[in-house]
Design a protein around this ligand. Structure first.
Ligand SMILES: Nc1ncnc2c1ncn2[C@@H]1O[C@H](COP(=O)(O)OP(=O)(O)O)[C@@H](O)[C@H]1O
Ligand SMILES: [Mg+2]
Length: 240
C-alpha cells in the first residue's frame, strides 16, 4: 500500500518559494490501477518521484507498505526501490553502452538474483524482443526501447509500478503495446500500477483516476464514488 499524508513539495524560486504540491493526502491500496492526469506543470512527475523516494517531500509523510520512507538513508531507499518498485519514464533511461539484454540484467544483478540471465531472456521474450537481445539502444526504435525499459522495470517483479507518461513518445500502436504489458502485470500479478498519462483513452481504463491541477487533487474517482454513495444513502434515508 502507498500512503501519503499531508505531503507537500516546495522549491526555492528566486526570492520566493514555489509550492509544487500542496498538502496531498492519498492512499493507494495494493493492486490498484490508478491513472494520474493533469495539465503540464501540475505536479504529476513530482508526485511519482516522491512515491519512488527519488525526491524528498518538504513536509508530510510517505509510507510504502506501512514503512515510512521519510527518514530512510539513500542506501535503504535504493534497496526498497530494488525490492518493490519498477519505474518507467517517458524517455526510456536505458544505459547506451549496454545491450538490450544487459540493460534488463542490471537490476537483477543488483538484487542478487540467481538465474538472472535466464530470466532476462524470458522477460525479453515477454516483450517480443528476443531477436534484439544483443542490440544497443541506439539500434532500437522508440517503441522497442520502451519495451526494453518495461522489461527492466519488471525484472525484480515489483509490486509497485510507477510509469511517467511511458507512451508519450510512442505512436498509438506502440503505445498500446507498452500499455498492455503494464496492464498485464497489474492484472496477472496484482502489481499496483500508477500511470501518469496524457492519453485519456488509456487513463479511462484505470479503476481509479486522479486529476491534478496546480499541485492539488481536483478530482479522484474513488472519492467521487464514495461521495455519491454517501449522497445516495442520504437520499434513501430521507425518502424512507
Ligand atoms: N526541482 C525543481 N525546481 C523548480 N521547479 C520545479 C522543480 N521540479 C519541478 N518544478 C516545477 O514544478 C511544477 C510541476 O512540475 P512536474 O511535477 O514536472 O509537473 P508535470 O509532471 O505535471 O508536468 C512545474 O511548474 C515545474 O516547473
Ligand atoms: Mg511530468
Amino acid at each position: 500500500m502507498i500512503e501519503l499524508y499531508k505531503v507537500s513539495k516546495t522549491v526555492p524560486s528566486g526570492a520566493d518559494d514555489l509550492t509544487i504540491l500542496h498538502a496531498l493526502d492519498l492512499v493507494i491500496p495494493d493492486g490498484q490501477f490508478v491513472s494520474i492526469v493533469g495539465p503540464s506543470g501540475s505536479g504529476k512527475s513530482t508526485l511519482l518521484g516522491l512515491i519512488a523516494g527519488l525526491d524528498a517531500p518538504s513536509a508530510g509523510e510517505i509510507r510504502i507498505d506501512g514503512q515510512s520512507i521519510n527518514e530512510m538513508s539513500e542506501d535503504a531507499l535504493a534497496e526498497l526501490r530494488s525490492a518493490k518498485i519498477g519505474f518507467v519514464f517517458q524517455s526510456f533511461h536505458l544505459i547506451p553502452s549496454l545491450t538490450a539484454l544487459e540493460n534488463v540484467l542490471v537490476p537483477m544483478e543488483i538484487a542478487g538474483l540467481r538465474d538472472a540471465p535466464e530470466r532476462a531472456r524470458q522477460l525479453l521474450g515477454d516483450v517480443d524482443l528476443i531477436a534484439r537481445a544483443h542490440h544497443y539502444p541506439s539500434q532500437l526504435s522508440g517503441g522497442e526501447k520502451q519495451r526494453i525499459a518495461i522489461a527492466r522495470a519488471f525484472a525484480n517483479e515489483p509490486k509497485i509500478m510507477l510509469a511517467d507518461e511511458p507512451t508519450g513518445n510512442l505512436d498509438s500502436q506502440n503505445g498500446r503495446h507498452v500499455f498492455d504489458l503494464m496492464l498485464e502485470m497489474n492484472k496477472k500479478r496484482g502489481a499496483t500500477l500508477v500511470l501518469v498519462t496524457h492519453d485519456h483513452e488509456l487513463a479511462a481504463e484505470a479503476t481509479r483516476s486522479i486529476s491534478l491541477r496546480d499541485g492539488r487533487v481536483v478530482s479522484d474517482s474513488d472519492r467521487d464514488a464514495e461521495f455519491k454513495e454517501t449522497q445516495e444513502e442520504t437520499v434513501e434515508v430521507a425518502s424512507s
